[in-house]
Design a binder for this molecule. Structure first.
Ligand code: CDP
Length: 232
């Protein structure tokens, strides 16, 4: 990092495919270290919700400019430990997780103007250090100099099951799990194959496979790495 002011801690980048546990893990790691958590996907989700509500036809999304995006009035407001999201004066932090937003977010995240527009906001959050950021391009594009980079992977069936439970479906059928795994696969394909800032493991990232791993174990594994890097 190029900043010369005293830093409040290291930057930890956690990337990985959909529903691999990035955000919940990043949040717990940040809380344990007293760092801020930056869920970059939430910014893409908030913008997607605003676009879906705006009535701007999807065919026009690719030609949106920075000033069009500003007019959507999406704001990520820093809160204790994390962010809450508003469109205008309405708080939308819960609604950005809806299936409708999930179905369109990868389409929106592939628009170069959208990525340009958010890059400055995301980087500013890490300028002082003391940050755990999660997403798809955190270790490759947003914070290429992060002191610790982790790439989380997990088997598709387990990711689907976790996502359904997160949405309140405690008794998912085999068919539900199969359908959710297919939705995740579609999103991963779009995220990995786009031209700008695709989902990619940074060359210096540590891969952590969380299949069958207890949540606390994956958090502890990252905390051990973080303490080594922060002290080094
Ligand atoms: O939590 P989940 O794995 O469902 O995804 P998310 O982190 O909320 O991100 C939602 C979508 O935003 C992803 O599928 C990507 O299309 C996009 N995204 C991105 O392009 N770059 C990031 N750094 C983070 C998210």
């Amino acid at each position: 990092m190029s900043s010369t002011s005293p830093r409040a801690g290291i930057v930890i980048a956690i990337d990985g495919p959909a529903a691999s546990g990035k955000s919940s893990t990043a949040r717990a790691v940040a809380a344990a270290l007293g760092y801020r958590h930056l869920d970059s996907g939430a910014f893409y989700r908030a913008l997607t919700l605003a676009l879906l509500r705006s009535g701007i036809p999807e065919q026009e999304w690719d030609s949106l400019t920075a000033s069009d995006l500003a007019q959507l009035q999406v704001a990520g407001v820093a809160e204790a430990g994390g962010y809450l999201f508003r469109i205008g004066s309405e708080e939308v932090t819960g609604e950005i997780r809806s299936p409708a937003v999930s179905a369109s977010v990868s389409r929106v995240a592939a628009i170069p103007a959208v990525r340009d527009w958010l890059l400055g906001t995301l980087r500013a959050a890490g300028a002082k250090g003391g940050l755990v950021a999660d997403g798809r391009d955190i270790g490759t594009v947003v914070f290429p100099d992060a002191e610790l980079k982790v790439f989380l992977v997990c088997a598709p069936q387990e990711r689907a099951l976790r996502r359904l439970r997160e949405q309140g479906d405690a008794s998912a059928s085999v068919e539900d799990i199969r359908a959710e795994a297919e939705r995740l696969r579609t999103r991963d394909h779009l995220d990995s194959s786009r031209e700008v800032a695709p989902l990619l493991r940074a060359a210096d990232a540590i891969t952590l496979d969380t299949t069958g791993l207890a949540f606390n174990s994956q958090v502890d594994a990252i905390l051990r790495l973080a303490r080594t890097r922060a002290g080094g």
